[in-house]
Design a protein around this ligand. Structure first.
Ligand SMILES: Cc1cc2nc3c(=O)[nH]c(=O)nc-3n(C[C@H](O)[C@H](O)[C@H](O)COP(=O)(O)O)c2cc1C
Length: 330
């Protein structure tokens, strides 16, 4: 057995490099190329409720020359188009499971808990190995309390769990007050893992046109410190798997999140930049490093740099690092 074999969400992976949910994982050919490059698993591109609504509006535009969705057509179109998007998604899962070896983790992003539950059942029937719930609620409503936001997450998880026995992972953002408590409470749910953290859409301004634009879509290696800190802080405080995502750009980044206590790394931006073949290089870096350190198994070093409950977590918790800032003299 390879020294890279590991366990994530109860699934046996040939290595801990998982290609994260994105345009890299939205069709069979791309997923086959990812398998051929040696990744441990893939998370399919999320099925977004927004996408379904957009398709619906396009269809209305074709039919009526405008994209207003009339209430009387809404239910009919909704059912029609939803089926299309969902059928396509389920077909992709079935195709992958029929012809590929790599574990397939489906991903859904919905606002309505009703849709979540229905899709979870269908996804399990289609043969997915696990399901990642991509729940990204920006706490931007001045009238909503942290409890109200949390309740939405917990309700979604409970509803999904009623419908499926698939291993579940919850992908969250870092936009939450009492983040440690929130992660611990999520981990107490009937789930198998947490994915820390989704990268937010980054707004930017065009100062000539005075308009809102999109900022950087891809991450940079410096973004790694966010999941690294929180993985290290939480790995020994929860009993569920952690997948680290955002900023893992090379073999070193992969090694670091494993040292912090992650069970896998969900990698996207670096593959957009360097191509799918770069997976091989990252895995080779991990393997060579393990051999240099005489590690025979991922578990020999996984969590070695996670915060020990019995020790002072100051290095990870300090945000205004006097010693660090003092070194920058102009
Ligand atoms: C182009 C693009 C599309 C993405 N689409 C999804 C998605 O559909 N669902 C999801 O949960 N995350 C999505 N993500 C987030 C990634 O899965 C990943 O968590 C994030 O990019 C951080 O990893 P990275 O630093 O390796 O890029 C997307 C990211 C990118 C760059």
């Amino acid at each position: 057995m390879s020294i890279l074999t590991t366990n994530y969400l109860g699934l046996e992976l040939i290595n801990p490099l998982v290609v994260g949910s994105s345009g890299l994982t939205d069709n069979f050919e791309k997923i086959k190329a990812i398998q051929d490059a040696g990744a441990g698993a893939v998370v399919l591109k999320s099925l977004f409720e927004e996408e379904i609504i957009f398709e619906m509006e396009e269809k209305m535009h074709e039919m009526h020359g405008r994209s207003i969705v009339f209430p009387e057509n809404y239910d009919f179109l909704n059912a029609d188009l939803e089926e299309d998007s969902i059928r396509k998604y389920l077909r992709l899962i079935r195709e992958c499971k029929a012809d590929l070896e790599i574990p397939i983790i489906a991903s859904i992003n919905c606002i309505s808990s009703q849709k979540w539950t229905y899709l979870a059942e269908e996804i399990e029937k289609a043969g997915a190995d696990a399901l990642e719930l991509n729940i990204f609620l920006l706490p931007s409503d001045v009238n909503l309390t942290a409890e109200a936001y949390r309740k939405t997450y917990f309700d979604i998880i409970d509803h999904v769990r009623e419908k499926t026995r698939l291993p579940l992972s919850i992908k969250i953002s870092n936009y939450s007050s009492e983040l440690a408590k929130f992660i611990a409470e999520l981990a107490d749910k009937d789930i198998q893992g947490l994915t820390l953290f989704n990268k937010a859409y980054a707004p930017d301004f065009d100062i000539d046109k005075l308009t809102l634009t999109s900022g950087h879509v891809l991450s940079s290696p410096g973004d790694l410190s966010l999941p690294l800190r929180w993985t290290a802080l939480m790995a020994n405080r929860i009993t569920k798997d952690i997948a680290a995502t955002t900023g893992v750009h090379d073999g070193n980044g992969l090694i670091k999140v494993l040292l912090a206590g992650a069970s896998s790394a969900h990698v996207v931006s670096t593959l957009y930049k360097n191509g799918i073949q770069y997976i091989e290089e990252m895995i080779e870096e991990l393997e060579n490093w393990m051999k240099r350190h005489d590690f025979k198994h991922i578990d020999d070093f996984k969590g070695k740099l996670a915060v020990d409950e019995n020790k002072d977590p100051a290095e990870y918790e300090r945000v205004q690092f006097y010693r660090n800032f003092r070194a920058f003299v102009y």
